[in-house]
Design a protein around this ligand. Structure first.
Ligand code: SIN
Length: 329
């Protein structure tokens, strides 16, 4: 039997579980009823029948992930580097609202580490609480012998999804997590990982900054029809880099185009698409439509969404590297 189909593992090292807060850990305060991220990874794991893997637990912080910063994610990267040699994979319990960005940040910095992020769409005690199952599945993935070849993945609702492509696409559904381009790596059920596809080998940054990137360095603007030129100019003024979620395959309205082209002469400008899937690219059907942007140095990002391009550009700036679009090797 292949290891992915449930073979017992010879590696007896524990798996590290890093708890950071999020709905997976939100217990209601008995007096006020307000939920706070106080359930630890150890307490959650202790209550799970069937989770027999040896685990070590740590909790560098406990927050709702709306408050997560680059500094929090750099802390996770540093812990993952510290824990990896003595552990059989690392699980990160994270709030779902920014889980895809945390996963991407980790993947950019330590692309070869075996990391599985999980969380919950329902808080503990509510019908359908999914935190225990997701933790169990994430441990299964992190402990799989092939986990290192998967890099950083998100494990939610039995799905194993790659950090570069996973998105929370529904605000409330248990099946919220999917990928923009349909790049599902596998499923996990009854403590067995079933691989469905190999993750792409990508040109990850593969470097860890000594300090967290400046979250104000990059201006991130989502394009709309009838954009306000004055507002747009204000949004990009003084930025060290700019990411614009363009329309369609990269369309930029005339109202803001010359400002963006002017900025591209000074700082890196990256175009992503706001459509939810597909690349930004000069299309054969519209010859020369992107010529002015390309000759100004605007970079066309074919794989990442805007928030992830913002992370890649922020990391690149803090490491003193040029931005290169995410590409298969
Ligand atoms: C959070 O992201 O911390 C709250 C929402 C969630 O975990 O589902």
């Amino acid at each position: 039997m292949h290891a992915l189909d449930g073979q017992t593992h010879a590696d007896t090292r524990p798996t590290a579980v890093i708890a950071t807060g999020g709905t997976i850990s939100m217990l209601a305060d008995p007096a006020s009823g307000v939920r706070r991220p106080v359930l630890t990874g150890a307490a959650l794991a202790d209550g799970l029948t069937g989770l027999s893997a040896p685990l070590t637990h740590l909790q560098p912080y406990a927050i709702a992930s709306e408050d997560a910063t680059f500094a929090h994610w750099l802390t996770l990267v540093q812990e993952i580097v510290r824990l990896t040699p003595g552990h059989h994979g690392v699980v990160v319990m994270h709030g779902t609202d920014t889980m895809e960005e945390a996963a991407y940040f980790i993947s950019e910095c330590v692309p070869r580490a075996a990391v599985a992020l999980c969380g919950a769409m329902r808080p503990p005690g509510r019908p359908g609480y999914d935190g225990g199952q997701n933790l169990m599945d994430a441990v299964t993935v992190a402990r799989d012998p092939l986990a290192r070849t998967l890099g950083t993945v998100v494990v939610m609702n039995h799905e194993v999804l790659p950090a570069w492509d996973v998105v929370k696409r529904d605000s409330v559904a248990l099946s919220s997590f999917a990928t923009r381009h349909g790049t599902r790596i596998g499923t996990v059920h009854d403590r067995q990982l079933r691989l469905l596809s190999r993750p792409l080998e990508l040109n990850w940054i593969g470097q860890i900054p000594t300090e967290a990137p400046d979250p104000d360095a990059v201006a991130y603007v989502r394009m709309t029809g009838s954009p306000g030129p004055t507002r747009f100019a204000e949004a990009i003024r003084g930025a060290a880099g700019i990411v614009v979620d363009a329309l369609g395959a990269g369309s930029i309205p005339a109202a803001v185009r010359s400002d963006l082209i002017g900025a591209a002469g000074r700082v890196p400008v990256v175009l992503t698409t706001r459509t939810g899937s597909g690349p930004v690219q000069a299309e054969e059907s519209y010859p020369h439509a992107w010529d002015d942007l390309i000759s100004a140095g605007v970079l066309l990002e074919k794989r990442l969404d805007g928030p992830r391009a913002r992370i890649r550009l922020s990391l690149s700036l803090s490491l003193g590297r040029p931005y290169t679009p995410l590409e298969p090797l």
